[in-house]
Design a protein around this ligand. Structure first.
Ligand SMILES: Cc1cc2nc3c(=O)[nH]c(=O)nc-3n(C[C@H](O)[C@H](O)[C@H](O)COP(=O)(O)OP(=O)(O)OC[C@H]3O[C@@H](n4cnc5c(N)ncnc54)[C@H](O)[C@@H]3O)c2cc1C
Length: 307
């Protein structure tokens, strides 16, 4: 419960905002207010805020960059902890590999670019993926044939009592856009850091590769406010093709629109509400189910109230 005691404890860690509009913190630019909003700037603050909320039985939502979430128009009843506990340690050499620890609030794309341009290979695929390292663990973020599982040696996580747990790729069950964290453990654990196994490369070659992937991404994806792919790709056909086939490319509800350029993206044209985006999602699902008998599975996570 959100009590005075809880808020006093949180304020001892840093500034606390009440009724913070979540639309300010999601790439879709939608979402109602969070009861309590706290920005964790260090691992210690992240763990302490997490433990405090657990002790007071306050529902927690750990937010990275908000690039894969649809927050409801009624917002979130509980504590949102925005994770800005970032940083990347200098690569360590071990058995011919370069081991790098990245903290969970780090931007995955920024870390990947910095490392690639410095001649550290293995993360080029990640250079255009928005979001934090923590979010990337949750979804096993990936693109262009690479994903986090390929390079992750170990992740450090904290539980609701502040105990540190170390998990490898098998324990995390990293698979296509998912992990144990997307299958129910989410509320119990927070990702703190990852150890990545990378290797030496040629900085010029890596830079060229990154620019090539940037150009491919730019050509394929629409600009504007969105959350990347809305649905996972079913085994046989990509989600964008199915949505296109049922006539929804460009379809609009309120200010939410299925992208003309990539039908698995939904854009906020300006004043979309979460309910508009959710209605487009339901429409796509029902049409694809009726026509193809395929159940589209969400890649984005629905959070909070108002759906
Ligand atoms: C334009 C665009 C392009 C994209 N392209 C790709 C792509 O090519 N490949 C791809 O895989 N994804 C892509 N995405 C989706 C998104 O960038 C990734 O899923 C990203 O990993 C989400 O990270 P985040 O920090 O924004 O997570 P958020 O959206 O903030 O959170 C997502 C979920 O992760 C949980 N979470 C976040 N941090 C932690 C933590 N430290 N501990 C525990 N749980 C946590 C949250 O509670 C939430 O449930 C794209 C998104 C956009 C907007």
């Amino acid at each position: 419960m959100i009590t005075r005691d809880f808020l006093d404890g949180l304020r001892r860690l840093g500034p606390v905002r009440l009724m913070e509009p979540m639309r300010r913190h999601t790439t879709w630019g939608v979402g109602g207010p969070a009861d309590v909003y706290f920005v964790a700037r260090s691992e210690e603050e992240l763990v302490k805020a997490f433990v405090l909320a657990r002790e007071h039985d306050v529902p927690i939502f750990v937010l990275g960059s908000g690039s894969n979430v649809l927050v409801g128009d009624e917002g979130f009843r509980g504590l949102v902890i925005e994770n800005q506990a970032g940083g990347v340690e200098r690569p360590r050499r071990e058995n011919g590999w370069l081991l790098v620890r990245a903290y969970s609030g780090t931007s995955l794309a920024a870390a990947a670019r910095r490392l690639s341009f410095a001649g550290v290979a293995g993360l080029e695929w990640a250079c255009g993926i928005p979001g934090t390292v923590g979010g990337a663990v949750v979804y096993n973020a990936g693109a262009y044939g690479g994903c986090l599982r390929d390079v992750l040696v170990m992740a450090r996580l904290a539980d609701g009592r502040g105990r540190i747990v170390e998990m490898g790729p098998e324990d995390l069950a990293l698979g296509y856009r998912g992990s144990v964290l997307t299958r129910g453990l989410l509320r119990e654990l927070v990702v703190l850091s990852v150890d990545l196994r990378l290797w030496e490369g040629d900085a010029q070659d890596l830079k060229r590769r990154v620019h090539e992937l940037d150009a491919r991404r730019k050509a394929a994806q629409p600009p504007g406010r969105n959350a990347g792919s809305v649905f996972k790709n079913p085994p046989d056909r990509p989600a964008w093709w199915l949505i296109d086939q049922v006539g929804l490319r460009g379809h609009r509800i309120g200010d939410a629109q299925v992208s003309e350029k990539h039908a698995n993206f939904i854009l906020n044209l300006g004043r979309a509400r979460a309910a508009d985006i959710a209605a487009l999602i339901e429409l796509a699902r029902s049409r694809v189910r009726e026509r193809f008998g395929i159940e589209l599975e969400l890649e984005v996570t629905l959070v909070g109230e108002g759906f």
